[in-house]
Design a protein around this ligand. Structure first.
Ligand SMILES: Cc1ncc(COP(=O)(O)O)c(C=O)c1O
Length: 468
């Protein structure tokens, strides 16, 4: 009954959405077809009609967008397959393409724009700081690198996260935050095994994980698609199955570190079993290995707490937490938060970066962490997660053969489909909604944390339409 009510609400807001947008008839499609309507079959005509009535049908090959893209693409190393629209401005939960069509954003730049696009407070700070001091190098002190480190530690403790958190290293990205974590773990291993008899340099990571694209973080990411072109990986990396207690047997006196996402994002929105994390903690402590939680996607308010692991008992707490993404709300910055067990083994010169921790990035990060740590914002994330779930239940009831499972926590959510979601992603985009995929046949939802109930419902109505 409840789901019937929800699906009715999905359909009615869907109707509102399409009537609202019916005047946005796509300008380029007919000319792109480049053929006279009369030479087309009825089926082809209907397909064109349907496409032309889409509010944001993908820019045609003769569009202004395609012209700009085609001019620039030859100069870009071809590492991405991007869809046709080109975005040039944004506000809150919406983006606009260069043909001035609006898209609701359920992706937040892959869990980055937690505070929404172009947050005015953040824009003001960037403007001010860019006129004061942007960069000095890490050879000198500045007021912001230390302050953001202190804030990260204090907010982690206040939130009930890693109870031993004591220091932070600031860098530029998620991969770099993990790279530092892996290096720190190896340094701890070296300190505990100075003559190398235990070979304490091994790192354990998990199936389905994603830790980044640098050689260290990639070596911890056992996805053949990402690793194979760059093999061999670094020596000493081993892999276990996520949530499988057999992983414990792979943690030995040779293990320097274990790296895991408390919620796997790219892997398809899978949550680590708290009992599994507790067992990892106990085994790491027993063999003197560093436990690293990669909270680059799951952290900074996304689950309704500052960190996904902050809801867990201290027996499941790590030695290192890595973060990036929402830390800069779009400005590149990352951090590796450590405890004294780790920090005590790091000495001057062990690690460094030119840009990492510069005054501009750190002032941005300080602003973002302070806002994202707000209890009111986090309560809202939990509540809005429920609004999404209600809507998902409606979608599951309407399309039971397609939607198999609803996963996630707060505003990191996944819909497991029985098929490749790519056509749904395109259909949603052409109706004005951006969504992304993850893992195998999973639709992933990581919207700005400031999204409103109305925006959630508007997006879900578009999604329901895209499922048709
Ligand atoms: C869990 C996790 N770790 C690490 C990374 C890598 O971060 P970056 O792309 O900033 O290097 C990502 C990026 O998606 C991630 O989701």
């Amino acid at each position: 009954m409840a789901s019937r009510v929800v699906s009715r609400s999905i359909r009615s807001s869907m109707r509102a959405h399409s009537s609202q947008l019916s005047h946005h008839v796509h300008r380029n499609y007919a000319s792109a077809a480049g053929v006279s309507q009369s030479s087309l079959s009825q089926q082809e005509k209907e397909a064109i009609q349907r496409e032309a009535s889409l509010p944001n049908s993908d820019p045609a090959p003769d569009s202004q967008t395609a012209r700009v893209v085609n001019e620039q693409l030859p100069y870009m190393v071809p590492t991405y397959a991007r869809p046709p629209p080109m975005f040039h401005k944004a506000e809150g939960c919406y983006l606009w393409d260069i043909e001035n069509r609006r898209y609701l954003d359920f992706t937040a730049g892959i869990a980055v724009n937690g505070l929404g696009h172009c947050d005015p407070g953040l824009a003001k700070i960037i403007s001010e700081q860019s006129q004061m001091l942007m960069h000095t190098s890490n050879l000198y002190h500045n007021p912001w690198t230390g302050l953001v480190s202190k804030t990260l530690v204090e907010k982690t403790l206040e939130a009930g996260g890693m109870h031993t958190a004591s220091k932070a290293f600031i860098c530029n990205s998620g991969s770099e935050a993990n790279e530092a974590a892996l290096k720190f773990a190896r340094k701890v291993g070296k300190s505990l095994d100075p003559d190398g008899t235990k070979h304490k340099h091994e790192i354990l990571s998990f199936t389905n994980s994603f830790h980044g694209r640098t050689m260290g973080s990639l070596s911890a990411t056992p996805n053949p698609k990402y690793q194979r072109p760059f093999a061999p990986m670094l020596p000493g990396f081993h892999y276990a199955t996520y949530n499988d207690p057999a992983a414990l047997d792979l943690i030995t006196p040779s293990t320097a570190g274990v790296i895991i996402e408390p919620i796997q994002g790219e892997g398809g929105v899978w949550i680590a079993d708290p009992a599994f994390l507790r067992a990892l903690r106990a085994k790491c402590t027993a063999v003197g290995a560093v436990l690293i939680y990669d909270e680059i996607q799951s952290g900074l308010g996304r689950t309704g707490n500052l960190w996904a692991h902050a809801d867990l008992p201290i027996e499941a707490h790590p030695d290192i937490v890595t973060t990036a993404k929402a830390l800069g709300n779009g400005f590149p910055v990352g951090a590796t938060i450590v405890n004294d067990f780790v920090a005590g083994k790091i000495v001057i010169g062990d690690h460094g970066t030119t840009f990492g921790g510069n005054p501009l990035a750190c002032r941005v990060a300080h602003y973002c962490v302070t806002r994202l740590a707000d209890a009111g914002l986090q309560r809202e994330v939990v509540r809005k997660g429920e609004v999404f779930r209600e809507q998902f239940e409606g979608l599951k009831a309407a399309f039971p053969e397609v939607v198999k499972e609803i996963r996630g926590k707060g505003l990191i959510l996944g819909l497991q489909l029985d098929r490749d979601p790519t056509p749904i992603v395109k259909a949603a985009r052409e109706r004005g909604l951006l969504v992304i995929t993850a893992g195998t046949n999973t639709l992933r939802f990581v919207p700005p944390l400031v999204i409103s109930d109305e925006e959630i419902k508007e997006g879900m109505a578009i999604l329901a339409d895209a499922f048709q």
